[in-house]
Design a protein around this ligand. Sequence first.
Ligand code: K1U
Ligand code: ZN
Length: 169
Amino acid sequence: MALLPILCFPDPKLHKVAKPVAAVDGRIQTLISDMFETMYEAKGIGLAATQVDVHERLIVMDVSEGRDTPLVLINPKLLWTSPETHLNEEGCLSVPGIYDGVQRHDRIKVEALDAQGQVRLIETDGLLAVCIQHEMDHLMGKVFVEYLSPLKRNRIKTKMLKAQREARA
Ligand code: K1U
Ligand code: ZN
């Protein structure tokens, strides 16, 4: 197991579009373990492979209170979204310390492979639905701050660059 470095906004690598996972093999199983270790250590509820600079369609999540319900989505496809949407407060491990509202579908249906390469159909709502939509955006190279106004986004960009400069000094 290994802790992986998480890319921070505005790193341009966060905007790469991920390719499908070709085979659920040992390399992917190791990446899944490392991503869970990284996500739990960072106290996140989700992590997309894009955030650890691997541009393949893989997400790990755990939205449970006990942090004991890991969920893996490989090559996820959004099959259905509810017409109803809600504004949800979101955070992102790639934009530390920033939280803001994003409009998301209330309910979704997703098809994906699990860690064993089996096809799974997931129908969900609440925090898991929000988290899946947030993580699937990462796989498309989209960071949640892109839903905010240009003014807010630029302020966040300036704040992140300053924090990164100070961390290097
Ligand atoms: O993708 C990520 O960077 C992980 C992100 C997932 C996420 C959180 C909240 C809404 C949608 C997606 C995080 O885990 S941020 C940190 C966190 O644990 C958290 C923040 C706000 C609400 C709930 C959890
Ligand atoms: Zn994120």
